[in-house]
Design a protein around this ligand. Structure first.
Ligand code: HEM
Length: 483
């Protein structure tokens, strides 16, 4: 009996397995055909060239199994400046010509709305500026921009300078993880731009909760107890309460608003019922600002140290420019001012070239709100559209020898729409002047007082979440002997 059973079992298996595989193959090829047919021939319109990859997973695995920049540039070479793909569950059109990127971000921005995964929107807060268009967005943008006017930035210089001096002195004669140190620096500056220099008790608690939130933001959105995402959702709720207390205090004591960063500006906008911003509108935008300001600036600062380390001539030229400014400051027996930073021409070009070369925001996401005829192609409603900043910044036609770190290329203004490290159009970065100011102040003290040596292997890139030098660029920082 038993042997019969096994024989029967075996013979059944030998029939079932090939049958199952055969069926699976037929099903898959049908799915692939249907998948591609579906995307190749909607309503007899011409979609951009490109591959939609496998059913459902599209080209996501390919994107994640290689350097994302190679993924995009290989496809650009194969299909041209506009091509389609399917990543992270969404059909997409990738765009790498300056004119087409401008159309998406500026001229036709009403058709292409910003889009973010729901988990990110829930953690930052749905009323934050990034997620909106139209009058609410314009109103917020004016308020945010007003907190980064030169008049506001001038006042921030002494505070930023004192953070720089503290940061550098604690790193002296140590091997540090550059990215981690730059994150601390950028975070402290972001807190000043959000709340001013008034360090109340709540601010310390807000800092702790923000770090829990940040960990969850960059993890799998799994809302199950014990996961980073779950803890982040809890931290976000607590953050709301802390922020509510601060907002309440701010509403009661009107006179100190001027020194309270974006919080003061948002509270100050309440000049009547019509213009009233609710507590959650204020807190979502405060959290949003800290998010936008923090990892971005830290990643670029890390690249700055890497490029200056690898390009000795450029480092010496920057040091000479900064030394001249330092001598003037010492002679006048004063601290660094906003006006000094306006004289840092060569250092500014180094920052411009770092932003181009590193292109830490390789692309941004938009979504077509209706069917669109675009540059001779059809983009269906709901498709994502990705202007590829990095591909544009690395085009040899726009930036000759794109892989060379050459700040002198910015002695001449770049071709229109070819340089967008801070985006373009209504959603372009309102914090760009602050970010550059942070870099200038750090470079002033770093290059006039210190040198640094990269430890370990010098090359390689990691993604966390932005591209940064491998292992966060470990360096040893040592003071230079001055006579
Ligand atoms: C080097 C550092 C930075 C880089 C490379 C950067 C880049 C960008 C880019 C490319 C965008 C546009 C995204 C899009 O169109 O989808 C953006 C938006 C934004 N950035 Fe920055 N950013 C940096 C630093 C900052 C800082 C320091 C702040 C604030 C203190 C800030 C606040 C914002 C905000 C609020 C938005 C949203 C604007 C809107 O939706 O209207 N960023 N940033």
């Amino acid at each position: 009996m038993q042997s019969l059973y096994f024989t029967l079992h075996f013979s059944t298996t030998s029939l079932v397995v090939p049958l199952f595989i055969g069926l699976l193959l037929i099903l898959l090829s049908f799915k692939v055909l249907k998948w591609n047919f579906f995307y190749l021939h909607p309503k007899d319109k011409r979609l951009p060239p490109g591959s939609m990859g496998w059913p459902y997973i599209g080209e996501t695995l390919m994107l994640y199994s290689q350097n994302p920049n190679s993924f995009f540039s290989i496809r650009q070479k194969r299909y041209g400046d506009i091509f389609k793909s399917h990543i992270l569950g969404c059909p997409c059109v990738m765009i790498s010509s300056p004119e087409a990127a401008k159309s998406v971000l500026v001229s036709q921005s009403h058709i292409f709305k910003p889009t973010y995964p729901p988990s990110k929107e829930c953690l930052i807060g749905p009323e934050a500026i990034f997620f909106h268009q139209g009058p609410y967005h314009s109103r917020l943008k004016k308020l945010v921009l007003s907190s980064f006017l030169p008049s506001a930035l001038k006042k921030a210089v002494p505070h930023i300078e004192s953070i720089v001096i503290d940061t550098l002195s604690t790193c002296e004669n140590k091997t540090i993880n550059t990215l981690q140190e730059m994150k601390k620096y950028a975070f402290d500056v972001a807190m000043i731009s959000a709340f001013g220099n008034n360090m109340e008790l709540e601010i310390e608690e807000i800092k702790q909760l923000y770090h829990v939130l940040e960990r969850g933001y960059n993890s799998m959105p799994l809302d199950v107890p014990g996961t980073s995402f779950y803890n982040a959702v809890k931290a976000r709720k607590l953050l709301n309460e802390k922020l509510k207390n601060l907002i309440q205090k701010g509403r009661e004591s009107k006179e100190i608003r001027g020194d309270r960063g974006l919080l003061g500006v948002l509270l100050g906008s309440e000049d009547g019922k019509e213009n009233h911003l609710t507590d959650s509108q204020i807190s979502d935008n405060i959290i949003g600002l800290i998010f936008a300001a923090h990892d971005t600036t830290a990643s670029v600062l890390t690249w700055l140290l890497k490029y200056l380390h690898d390009n000795h001539d450029v480092l010496e030229a920057v040091a000479t420019e900064q030394e001249e400014i330092r001598c003037r400051i010492l002679e006048a027996n004063r601290n660094l001012t906003w006006e000094d930073t306006r004289l840092m021409t060569l250092t500014s070009r180094v920052i411009q070239e770092t932003l181009r070369s590193a292109s830490i925001l390789s692309f941004t996401f938009r979504e077509a709100v209706e069917d669109v005829e675009f540059e001779g192609y059809f983009i269906p409603k709901g498709w994502k559209v990705l202007p590829l900043f990095r591909n544009i910044h690395h085009s040899a036609a726009l930036f000759p020898q794109p892989h060379k770190f050459d700040p002198s290329r910015f002695e001449v203004a770049p071709q229109a729409n070819s340089y967008m490290p801070f985006g373009k159009g209504a959603h372009s970065c309102p914090g760009n002047e602050l970010a550059k100011l942070e870099m200038l102040i750090l470079l002033h003290h770093l290059t006039t007082t210190y040198r640094w040596k990269v430890m370990g292997s010098n090359d390689g890139i990691q993604y966390g979440p932005f591209p940064v030098p491998k292992d966060g660029l470990p360096v040893t920082l040592f003071p230079i002997n001055k006579t």
